[in-house]
Design a protein. Structure first.
Length: 425
């Protein structure tokens, strides 16, 4: 017991909630991957389960490792990795794996890795450090742009074109973090304006680019038809505005006037069936029917499977677990307001809870389909690793704040010493 207490230092409630989420993940993913096991592993569900278990163990290992590093060191790590992280995002945008007209991941040692997951953590940690270093000092609008707004805008821009929901969630978390960090309200408005201008410029560019591509494709098809070659049916490529607009419109369409099982509505239809066919206690473990029809029931729509198999009770339990997790983060903020540790913990904790709420909202039809996983529950190596790292960093804050009982002035001095160390040859 002493060994366990020594390893699992920090907020015990966070450890318990994480363990429960991991157990739920194992049970639900095992049920939700039956179709995947048939298509990729010749029906061997055990192989899928062991692969997911290995990823969960790796996530918990990241959690333990991160919790044992003094949280103040993350300020230096984020500062050192900020530029390389942006370079990796740019590399992914240009050379990453293209799936469904989006480049979101790269192959590392045979595994698929999404740099945007790490970018979110690094950016939030970097902003927490900058806010503390700037607090109490006189800074102008130029300082705000260079030290706070520019990292947010560049990171979001590199993610935005390939993953709108991730970029929007990240910007929302950063805005709340800046607000809590007491950034001037006019500066926040300016940041919102810059985001709108940047988004509008990209969407205009994307619309022009898509129109040019469609013209070339039409011309190529006409040429092949003239010489009598067999061609596939031509299909117009949609720009980002059309794609996002269609997702929003599909939520308000009259379901009696559309085909609920076409490519456009299929995901929403099967998710709705999974939720509607459940009850207070659900159909029972492993008895989901929609897992065989829903695309990605083990990741994007895993909450719909939870509702189908475990009913309203299961949904409430999962929701409460995330809310409990966030209340423990708020406890840090209340206990040590406006310190690097509390700002970092809040930003990372808010990121997890917001992503969870988006996933749940999509599964029950409150939000358009986004592709956001349910943290520490959905299957996915990068997501589990990132969530484990986030929870470990939060635990590090609770651990070292309790051990050192460090006040705000002492922490600021420690961060200043780290900065001075960086200037040494």
């Amino acid at each position: 017991m002493n060994i366990i207490n020594k390893i699992l230092r920090g907020d015990k409630v966070i450890w318990i909630v994480s363990l429960i989420l991991g157990i739920i993940s194992l049970i639900v993913v095992y049920s939700a991957t039956s179709a995947l096991a048939v298509s990729k592993y010749e029906g061997d569900t055990g192989k899928v389960l062991m692969k997911h278990l290995a990823m969960l163990i790796f996530g918990f290992a990241m959690m333990i490792l991160a919790s044992r590093i003094n949280y103040k060191r993350y300020a230096k790590i984020a500062l050192l990795l900020m530029i390389p992280c942006l370079a990796l995002l740019l590399y992914t945008l240009v050379f990453g794996r293209n799936i469904n007209d989006a480049s979101r991941s790269i192959n590392v040692g045979g595994f698929s890795f999404q740099p945007s997951e790490m970018a979110k953590i690094i950016l939030i940690t970097y902003l927490a450090r900058q806010l503390i270093m700037m607090e109490g000092s006189v800074y102008n609008f130029k300082d705000f742009i260079l030290r706070l707004a520019l990292p947010i805008l560049v990171t979001a821009a590199l993610i935005f074109s390939e993953n709108l929901s991730t970029a929007v969630i990240l910007v929302a978390v950063c805005m709340v973090l800046l607000f809590i960090g007491r950034v001037k309200f006019l500066h926040l408005l300016a940041l919102v304006g810059l985001c709108i201008v940047g988004m509008s410029a990209y969407l205009g560019y994307d619309a022009i680019k898509t129109n040019i591509e469609n013209k070339h494709r039409r011309a190529a098809q006409q040429d092949t038809m003239v010489i009598g070659e067999k061609t596939d049916t031509y299909k117009e490529k949609q720009n980002r505005i059309q794609t996002w607009s269609n997702r929003l419109k599909s939520m308000g369409e009259d379901k009696e006037k559309v085909d609920p099982f076409d490519d456009k509505h299929m995901q929403r239809t099967y998710a709705d069936i999974a939720v509607a066919s459940s009850s207070i206690f659900g159909k029972g473990p492993g008895k989901s029917e929609q897992r065989n029809f829903l695309p990605h029931p083990y990741s994007d729509f895993i909450f719909a499977i939870i509702i189908e198999e475990y009913g309203l009770i299961g949904a409430v339990v999962v929701l409460l677990l995330y809310l409990i997790l966030f209340t423990r983060v708020l406890r840090i903020v209340i206990k040590r307001p406006l310190t690097f540790g509390s700002l970092m913990a809040f930003g990372l904790g808010f990121l997890v809870i917001l992503q969870a709420m988006v996933n749940m909202g999509v599964s029950i039809g409150l939000l358009p389909v986004t592709g956001q996983p349910l943290p520490f529950v959905s299957m996915g190596g990068t997501s589990l690793m990132a969530t484990g790292l986030i929870l470990g960093m939060i635990l590090s804050v609770t651990r070292y704040m309790e051990d050192e009982n460090m006040n705000k002035e002492q922490e600021l001095q420690a961060l200043t010493e780290i900065t001075e160390d960086e200037r040494e040859p």
